[in-house]
Design a protein around this ligand. Structure first.
Ligand code: ATP
Length: 450
């Protein structure tokens, strides 16, 4: 296992375009880091530079403190797990897993030089198979396995090589939604159990949020923010990260500080102010009002779950926010909750800002609408006035031109990432304890579903 350090890494292809632009990132030994961003943001290029399939134009790559820019891929001792698993259909599971060891033997002249005799090949395959719960499938061919089992064979091949790190390039993007969900937890569980440094590329923010100890968000080759999923979600640095992380996405609305409203007593303390927005007036705290002061326009960010049917909000919560009346254009009932949509008319400038943001995020057009998550028991109806409540204490305020989150609290954010790191250590300890317990191994096998 190893740490991976990227120092000011730049990749320019022949046309001079910086596909990766000055990226610095420290990946700790045993850490699971996700590279996420829309298509073309440079995440695959970055991964390929780490593994050695792409030259680094400038900057430095260190693996366990050693400069590796010039090292051949085989000398970096990293294992890549691809989207299509790259299994050999005519070979059994056993032979697929043994393949890299046999290849190394051939290259090194009959297995002498790296100490891999047949005994040690069998030993390593059996060990990996046991770890991956594949022992009973060793004689089968890949075509007869489930998607999840195939994925484990691909990981087995990486494990027998005793690689220092796993590099995943969108390994789940070919799978249907259900299997993707199962495989996500499978990969998370294995990574914890093996404690192996892992870098995982995806454009899927759900994978990023559920798998990563930390997530690096890229946009057009530039690193936007590296943090725990919770910090990204609660303390995003800018409009791009705020909009990219979370599903449904954060709602963005233009707003202006209502003249003379200071001292109106918004949430979170005395002397707040009022923000005027397309969904009505929102009282905010003095602290938040201060960042909007002197600005002609700000963009406010409200996540769907900051809203609720006002009739279902208890008194204690009510004081944190404000009630407004809106007409829902439509409602989607999902069983455990419902999404209510409120449409609004943006002016030209705001319409342009939303459309630029949507194209940066590689998203469909960002519609001038607010998505609200309402309790399943709410009886509000589309086309009728509905009394809704919004938790104004959690509002984000962004600079509409630079996109900067003016209300971000870096200390609170760092604390979230620190807690995530502690939780990770705890999970690794639990996984190690569980691996030592035969009772637990049996239980895991019994409950396996893929
Ligand atoms: P995707 O999710 O679509 O795979 P990505 O984030 O992995 O996207 P990269 O494949 O790393 O993005 O590409 C980053 C940028 O570099 C893109 O603008 C792409 O067009 C460019 N690029 C990638 N490979 C080459 C190449 N061989 N020659 C020139 N430009 C390239």
């Amino acid at each position: 296992m190893a740490s991976i350090t990227l120092n000011s890494i730049v990749k320019k292809y022949d046309d001079g375009f910086p596909a990766v632009n000055n990226v610095s990132l420290d990946i700790a030994d045993g850490e699971f880091v996700i590279l996420v961003g829309p298509s073309g943001c440079g995440k695959s290029t970055l991964l390929r530079m780490i593994v050695g399939l792409e030259d680094i134009t400038s900057g430095e790559l260190l693996i366990d403190g050693q400069r590796m820019n010039e090292a051949a891929p085989k000398d970096r001792n990293l294992a890549m797990v691809f989207q299509n698993y790259a299994l050999y259909p005519h070979l059994t599971v056993y032979e697929n897993i043994a393949f890299p060891l046999r290849l190394a033997k051939e290259k090194n002249g009959n297995g002498q030089s790296n100490g891999n005799g047949e005994g040690s090949v069998d030993d390593r395959v059996q060990k990996a198979a046991a770890m991956l719960e594949l022992t009973e499938h060793l004689d089968r061919k890949p075509a007869n396995l489930s998607g999840g089992q195939r994925q484990r064979v691909a990981m087995g091949r990486a494990i027998v090589r005793e690689a220092d790190a796993f590099l995943f390039d969108e390994p789940l993007s070919n799978l249907d939604a259900k299997l993707r969900g199962q495989m996500r937890s499978e990969i998370a569980r294995l990574q914890r159990r093996l404690g192996i440094t892992s870098v995982y590329v995806t454009h899927d923010q759900t994978e990023a949020m559920t798998l990563g100890d930390r997530v690096a968000v890229l946009k057009k080759g530039l690193l936007q923010q590296v943090a725990s999923p919770r910090e990204l979600y609660e303390q995003p640095v800018n409009l791009f990260v705020a909009g990219f992380i979370g599903s449904p996405s954060m709602n963005f609305l233009p707003a202006t500080l209502k003249e003379g409203s200071q001292g109106a007593g918004g949430t979170g303390g005395a002397g707040g102010a009022i923000l005027s927005s397309p969904i009505g007036d929102i009282p905010i705290s003095a602290e938040k009002a201060a960042v909007a002061q002197g600005r002609e326009l700000v963009m406010i960010g409200l996540r769907p779950e900051y809203f609720e049917d006002a009739s279902l909000v208890d008194e204690a919560k009510m004081a944190r926010g404000s009630v407004f009346t809106a007409e829902l254009s439509h409602l989607e009932w999902l069983g455990h909750e419902q999404y209510g949509y409120i449409e609004f008319e943006p002016d030209e400038r705001v319409g342009r800002l939303l459309s630029d943001l949507a194209s940066e995020m590689d998203a469909d057009e960002l519609r001038p609408q607010v998505v609200t998550t309402l309790s399943a028991e709410s009886r509000v109806r589309p086309g009728e006035p509905a009394e809704l409540w919004v938790d104004a204490s959690r509002i984000h305020i962004f600079d509409p031109e630079t996109g900067e989150n003016l209300t971000r609290d870096p200390e609170a954010g760092a604390e979230l990432t620190r807690i995530a790191a502690q939780e990770r250590e705890h999970e690794i300890e639990l996984a190690a304890a569980s691996a030592r317990s035969p009772q637990n191994t049996q239980n895991t096998q019994d409950s396996r579903s893929v």
